[in-house]
Ligand binder design. Structure first.
Ligand code: TRH
Length: 377
């Protein structure tokens, strides 16, 4: 008998909420033989990464996942065997009643935000609140043993290795995106929130001895890029050169294509949660723009990740990498930090590879969720 899962996602802002739940839903179907319904309140955000989606339909199938529009007008629906509330979203009260009404109560979990902080290990898997006789549990993704791990598809690293070993596959992929490689240039991608440090960074790339080709998917950073270039606005396909720097605007692509973009680049600037993890699986040096929180709570999370990620770097490379990430996230001193990081490039590249392998030695998040369920029944 197949296990039925309901995953609930409210799109708070940006793409991380739907990005994580869509990836998880697909993986549970493809690799764990689960039957999955994904309930999403905002189909427009979803459509950006799944262009096949028909946003006028309340129910449809996409890649084996039953996608349901989670409207405010909730219709009575029987509860599944496993219920995931992503990022502490509030389930419809009628659905909670349906959970409690089941003969066998479902496993109810809150899939939390990703954090490298130490407390996550202690809280992962703990019981949370109860609704009638239905117990909710905390499920925390994470980087350390004892957490729920990271989303990683079974064939991901093998596909990435094949792709990165094939100049032809990379050329073809980039060509489909309208990108022609600039001879001798460092190829980089940039996905970030608005950032006060961007102009400094672009200045230093433009005056570098080695050319840089910067690919920028449509998104929030484009306004800052346009301002630096001195142009009115930027649309998909725009290519601008300033000194040694060539900037090209890319469309927002599907998640699978975005993976290949990360795999193609020598360096990736990413943000939020899901692109941050995908850049780690790309095994290339990277820069993380963390999602800003009140009272600078995000800076503590940044430090927690840096402490883990940098622990096996040489002291000099560690200073360089930490300096760059802090500069990017505070908007100050990015140019000097970038110049220093470039001096440690070979070590940072090797480290990205080692970190990816270390993380891949842990169970992936979808398998960990299934195992949690098996232990629970
Ligand atoms: O979009 P994000 O900033 O998302 C979030 C949300 O802001 C959320 O509220 C916050 O709590 C969380 O970050 C930490 O960044 P993220 O998580 O990287 O999500 C982006 C998704 O978009 C990811 O699944 C990758 C995908 N993507 C594509 O599919 N195609 C693209 O071209 C690009 C650039 C991204």
């Amino acid at each position: 008998m197949k296990v039925h899962w309901d995953i609930f996602c409210t799109v708070v802002d940006n793409y991380g909420d739907i990005g994580v739940t869509w990836r998880l839903a697909r993986q549970l179907v493809a690799e764990q033989s689960c039957v999955v319904r994904l309930w999403v309140d905002d189909l427009r955000a979803f459509e950006r990464m799944c262009p096949e989606l028909d946003i006028t339909r309340d129910q449809q199938w996409q890649q084996g996942v039953e996608v349901r529009h989670w409207s405010s007008d909730w219709q009575p629906t029987p509860a599944a065997d496993v219920v995931i509330a992503a990022f502490a979203c509030q389930l419809p009260s009628a659905y909670m009643d349906a959970m409690a009404a089941r003969e066998r109560t479902p496993l109810w979990m809150n899939l939390d935000y990703l954090s490298a902080e130490d407390w996550v290990v202690g809280c992962h898997g703990l019981p949370s609140v109860k609704f009638k006789q239905v117990q909710k549990y905390f499920f925390f993704p994470g980087f350390q043993v004892g957490t729920g791990g990271l989303l990683r598809e079974r064939e991901l690293l093998a596909s990435r290795t094949r792709f990165q070993a094939s100049a032809h596959a990379q050329r073809e992929f980039l060509w489909e995106l309208g990108v022609q490689r600039v001879e001798g240039a460092r190829l980089m991608s940039l996905f970030a929130y608005e950032n006060a440090g961007l102009a400094d960074w672009l200045d230093v790339m433009a005056s570098d001895a080695r050319p840089t080709q910067l690919l920028v998917p449509e998104g929030r950073i484009l306004g800052d890029v346009a301002r630096w270039l001195g142009v009115e606005g930027l649309t998909v396909g725009a290519i601008e050169q300033r000194g040694a720097l060539t900037v090209q605007v890319l469309p927002f692509v599907s998640q699978d294509q975005y993976d290949r973009l990360l795999w193609s680049c020598d360096f990736n600037a990413v943000r939020g949660e899901d692109s941050f993890v995908r850049a780690q699986w790309a095994a290339r040096p990277m820069l993380w723009h963390i999602y800003q929180q009140e009272d600078d709570a995000h800076l503590e999370k940044l430090e927690a990740f840096l402490a883990l990620y940098c622990r096996s770097l040489s002291p000099a490379a560690r200073v360089a990498l930490e300096g760059l990430w802090r500069a990017w996230n505070t908007g100050a001193g990015v140019a000097a930090a970038w110049i220093l990081a470039l001096e440690h490039w070979p070590e940072l590249q090797k480290h990205a590879d080692d970190w990816c392998l270390e993380q891949a030695s842990q169970p992936d998040l979808a398998s960990a969720l299934v195992q949690f369920y098996l232990n629970w029944i």
